[in-house]
Write a protein that binds this ligand. Structure first.
Ligand SMILES: CCCCCCCCCCCCCC(=O)SCCNC(=O)CCNC(=O)[C@H](O)C(C)(C)COP(=O)(O)OP(=O)(O)OC[C@H]1O[C@@H](n2cnc3c(N)ncnc32)[C@H](O)[C@@H]1OP(=O)(O)O
Length: 205
C-alpha cells in the first residue's frame, strides 16, 4: 500500500502482518520497551549521560535511515506480537478476540508509572482505547474511531502484575458501536470504561 492508497484517516484494511521487520522484530520492540523502563528508573552520572547521548545519536541515525510512512510500518500491524508491536501501547497479549469482545492480559512496567508503584491513568485509558477500538473493528469488520471514552478508576492498578482486560460490545446502532471494558488484578476491579466507537465511512478523514 502506498501513502496515497489509504482511504481516509485510517488504513482501508488492517494491513496485518507477521513478517514485516523480520523474525527478531519483536525482540527489537521488547529491547526498546526495556530501554524506556531503564530511562525512567535511571539516576545516571553526568559522564554516563554524555556517553548515552552519543550512543543514542548513532542508533537514532540508523533508525532515521529506515523510517517509513504509517501505512506500511510493522509497528501496529504485527498481530503476532504484544500490542501488535506498537511501543506506544502498553504491552498486552490477546487471549480471545471475536465479534462480541476481547480478552487480553496486560502488564504495566516502570515506563507506565504514575506514582507509588501504580500505573499512570493515561496509560490505562490508552489500553482501553486500543482494545475497544479493536473490539469495534472486529464487531463491524471496519475501521472505527473513538467518539467518547469514559474511564472510571476503581482501585490502584499495580505495575509488574498480569492484569486481565475484558471488553464487550454492548450495542450496535448503525455506525455506532457501544462498548465496555474492565481491567482486573485477579478478582479486584482496577478500572472500567465505556465508550462509543464510530465505523468510518469510506474515504472519511
Ligand atoms: C485482528 C487485528 C485487528 C486489528 C485491530 C486494530 C485496532 C486498532 C485500534 C485503534 C484504536 C484507536 C482509536 C482512536 O484512538 S481514534 C482517535 C481518537 N478519536 C478521534 O480523534 C475522533 C475525532 N472525532 C471524529 O473524527 C468524529 O467526531 C467521529 C468520526 C467520531 C464522528 O463523526 P462522523 O461525521 O463520522 O459521524 P457523526 O458526527 O454523524 O456521528 C455519527 C453518530 O454518532 C453520534 N456521535 C458522534 N460523536 C458522539 C459523541 N461524542 N457522543 C455521543 N454520540 C456521538 C452522532 O450523534 C451520530 O448519531 P446519529 O445521529 O446517527 O444517531
Amino acid at each position: 500500500m502506498t501513502d496515497e492508497q489509504h482511504e481516509g484517516g485510517f488504513r482501508t484494511d488492517m494491513a496485518i502482518s507477521v513478517d514485516k521487520g523480520g523474525p527478531r522484530y519483536g525482540e527489537f520492540v521488547e529491547s526498546a520497551r526495556l530501554f524506556m523502563d531503564r530511562v525512567r528508573a535511571a539516576m545516571p552520572t553526568e559522564e554516563l549521560v554524555d556517553d548515552l547521548i552519543d550512543e543514542l545519536a548513532t542508533i537514532n541515525a540508523k533508525l532515521e535511515a529506515v523510517a517509513i510512512d504509517e501505512w506500511n510500518s510493522p509497528s501496529g500491524t504485527r498481530i503476532d506480537l504484544p500490542a501488535r508491536g506498537n511501543i506506544t501501547l502498553p504491552p498486552y497479549l490477546v487471549n480471545r478476540a471475536d465479534a462480541t469482545g476481547v480478552d487480553a492480559t496486560l502488564r504495566f512496567t516502570r515506563f507506565h508509572l504514575g506514582g507509588n508503584n501504580a500505573a499512570h491513568g493515561g496509560y490505562i485509558g490508552t489500553a482501553f482505547d486500543d482494545l475497544l477500538g479493536m473490539t469495534g473493528a472486529l464487531a463491524t469488520g471496519k475501521v472505527t474511531r473513538t467518539a467518547y471514552l469514559t474511564v472510571n478508576y476503581r482501585s490502584i492498578t499495580p505495575l509488574y502484575t498480569d492484569l486481565s482486560v475484558t471488553t464487550q460490545v454492548t450495542k450496535v446502532d448503525g455506525r455506532k458501536i457501544f462498548v465496555a471494558a474492565q481491567m482486573r488484578d485477579g478478582d479486584r476491579l482496577c478500572a472500567e470504561a465505556d465508550g462509543l466507537f464510530i465505523a468510518l465511512n469510506p474515504g472519511q478523514p
